[in-house]
Design a protein around this ligand. Sequence first.
Ligand code: ADP
Ligand code: ZN
Length: 606
Amino acid sequence: MSASLATAHDLLHSVFGFGGFRPGQEEIVQAVLDGEDVLAIMPTGSGKSLCYQLPAIARPGLTVVVSPLIALMRDQVRALSAAGVAAGSLNSSNEPAENGRVMKLLRQRELRLLYVAPERLARPDTVEMLCESDVRLMAIDEAHCVSQWGHDFRPEYLSLGTLGRQIGGKLQTMALTATADGPTRSDIADKLFDKPPRTFVRSFDRPNLKLAFRSKERSSRQVVAFVREHPAESGIVYCASRRKVEELAETLRKEGVDALPYHAGLDKAVRDRNQDTFQQKDGVVMTATVAFGMGIDKPDVRFVCHADLPANVEAYYQEIGRAGRDGLPADTLTLYGLGDMQLRRMQIEQSETPDERKRVERQRLNALLALAEAPRCRRQTLLAYFGESSEPCGNCDLCQEGVERFDATIEAQKAMSAIVRTGERFGMEHLVAILTGDSTDNVQRYNHHKLPTFGVGKDRKAAEWRSIFRQLSATGLIQQDFLEHGRWFVTDAGWQVLKGSQRIELRKEMAQPKTSRREKKAAAASLVVGDADSALLTALKGLRAKLAQAQRVPAYVVFSDRTLIELATHRPDSLRAMREIHGVGDAKLERYGAAFLEVIQGSASP
Ligand code: ADP
Ligand code: ZN
């Protein structure tokens, strides 16, 4: 181990209180300490920030961190300050006093990390000041913003390369992002670096996230049931519309859940307040549109639920990625229904985008549906989409509950004959009614109760037939015409099965768990809490909340969940013993150690 890497190891322990590096961090820190330019591509929550924070503290000089996300900057500065590191930020929402503090530390050359928004960095006075400040490293966070391929393109990022040269001649540069696709990657290398950087790509696997999909039956009930499996835990429920956000927040509140809404239609003041509450308080559930999440840096989000189908696989992965950033088990559930798929298809078909783009969007949607109806380990399917191969994970619904397949030729024939016999003019609910023998008004109006197909599918529930339609569509036997009210028609491949010259297997619709919910809940809780004494844990959380409130910082800035769980499990009996606990560095030990020790000593052993 080189001398500087040894220092980094010490600091990892004494400043951050971490027992070791996370996968990928050590190589990157080493490369930065060796003076190399680095491009690091790591999924959200994998611990990118540490890769520049640690070298910044281990070496003399100033590290400038460029980030477009002001809330994230603020949180990082707070967390670093709490760990005893001189850090500050320059951005448009700073108080004058904060600016004064930062400038003073800069002049005294005591500041180790300076977070700057890109527009601020571009100002001549900032550049001039930084020229005088012994800048050693420029770390560019969210580096994909430099690429015009992505959704987050920010023109100010284009000038960062030039600015770096102005500030430091050959300033060491580091770019970090969680966006993986090829064109974006080469764009970053091209626009931010003079010569190809040393590139590190970390696996996109997040093994602590449990993955599950369920078809929508009564979505708000399903959401409530899922949220209730996670009492007093922080979580996010994503919805497709503002109205649903409001309704679900209301429903959850009636169930006694501390739920808040978030969408772009709310007053900015309300939105900000709800976001702050979510960030700072324990156990808040945010029901939100996808407007919520960018820049949320809360490590202890314990679950993410999609009440509606996400936009595509990337969006899905980014959104569930907001859970379990602390590496502890976190739960995710995505509900999908045919209505969602129809809506999404229609949005694509009717949009003004060029055909090429539509084709890409259709493929991306199909990839998502394939994930929803995956016949094997969901994580394998997901990682395969990102170009990684893997073993069955054991932490997804398909690994745990299995997926049974059956010869569904007869069912396929029944469904398709309902389509054909009604002239390929009807949507799914009507066809399902015919199959299950349900004489709805429409069925009577069209005389469809007289068809030979009427009631041939009585042996299955409507929900099962919906799943069969979905799967037949996913396997290409039937298709929907979205410009004509989503009427179904049979494709050439479908006719092969209908005529009996080809057989087909489908997955059985997953049974809803009946008896096992309580067992599952107990198992999930024990995974997180392990041997921790839960009364003590509650007391520790209480103290954390009190301290956090007094200092107006989010609870996790005081201590993370993992730290509290370890405290409750190991019950350290001295400050020295407490020092061995994850997340307890020197600064926090001094500031909080005694108070937490008192709570531990005051509580009886289990
Ligand atoms: P990213 O920027 O990659 O999304 P962060 O840098 O915000 O992730 O890190 C996510 C969480 O992981 C933070 O709470 C951070 O304190 C924690 N973390 C980072 N490195 C380690 C480590 N080596 N050991 C334990 N926790 C870590
Ligand atoms: Zn799996």
